[in-house]
Design a protein around this ligand. Structure first.
Ligand code: HEM
Length: 243
């Protein structure tokens, strides 16, 4: 077994098939940023399984390790978007037509990550059912327990309220896990923000997407999504405001 064989490099490096004719010099970068993001999504989903198992086993320290890794992975995916900031609008326009109707909004892994994280609102469900039954990967994620519920079950098992986790066990593993989950929500929203900014930078704020949405207008709406409403709400309690 050598490096190339272990990593299946001969196959992997043939998967970047530029569609433009004549070949546009920027399309390879466009493909690789998407493919690399999908690879990171794969490991992210795998790590989400680990997190879920740790929470089921009531193992808060292991869950903290897992969410810490997840947060690094999301940061990496966000940072990759900056490579496409170097793609000027007129150059993207030269090969955009070759993408056909393909769009990131058809990423099953991205939808599965959102579903695993806890999105269940009507708009999200409508987006994923737009083209019929959700793909198996997405359906599996929809059937999985909500991350927030799993965490709140751990809090419950410890005989605590969420508020007490912060006030009485400020440095305990449950508090670390709560903050790790909140950081995940923040990191994810940062991906959304960087992506919508990239979209506005490259195709402008008013241009529709290849996936048939209103483009940046649609994406801006998704910035409102929340995976862990309870973790946001509890903060208000420390200021005497209604949760
Ligand atoms: C030139 C760069 C990019 C442009 C112009 C762009 C454009 C868009 C647009 C307009 C949408 C809205 C759906 C549609 O109608 O097509 C969208 C959605 C999406 N894109 Fe991109 N995108 C870019 C890069 C990326 C990259 C590198 C990824 C990484 C995987 C990505 C992943 C996604 C995902 C996951 C969605 C669905 C988001 C949601 O529904 O909340 N995009 N993109």
């Amino acid at each position: 077994m050598d490096y190339g064989e272990y990593l299946k490099l001969s196959g992997l490096l043939q998967l970047q098939q530029v569609q433009s004719k004549p070949e546009h010099p920027d399309e390879l970068l466009f493909i690789i940023v998407h493919q690399a993001s999908e690879l990171w999504f794969k490991v992210l989903l795998h790590e989400m399984d680990q997190l879920s198992e740790a929470m089921d086993a009531n193992d808060a320290p292991r869950a903290v390790s897992s969410i810490t890794r997840i947060n690094v992975l999301v940061t990496i995916v966000s940072q990759q978007l900056s490579a496409l900031d170097t793609l000027p609008p007129q150059r993207f326009a030269q090969f955009r037509g070759y993408l056909g109707t393909s769009s990131g909004s058809q990423s099953d892994q991205f939808r599965a990550i959102e579903a695993r994280s806890g999105l269940r609102d009507a708009h999200f469900l409508q987006v994923i059912r737009e083209h019929g039954d959700p793909p198996a990967l997405v359906q599996k994620a929809l059937d999985a327990p909500l991350m927030q519920d799993q965490f709140l079950t751990m809090v419950d098992r410890a005989g605590l309220t969420l508020e007490q986790v912060y006030t009485e066990h400020e440095h305990g593993p449950l508090a670390q896990l709560a903050e790790g989950l909140l950081a995940y929500e923040q990191q994810f929203a940062q991906w959304r923000f960087l992506h919508v900014q990239l979209v506005e930078r490259i195709i402008g704020p008013g241009t529709g997407g290849t996936g048939g949405t209103l483009g940046a207008k649609y994406l801006n709406r998704t910035l409102q999504n929340r995976f862990f409403p309870a973790l946001w709400a509890v903060r208000a309690k420390f200021y005497g405001a209604a949760g």
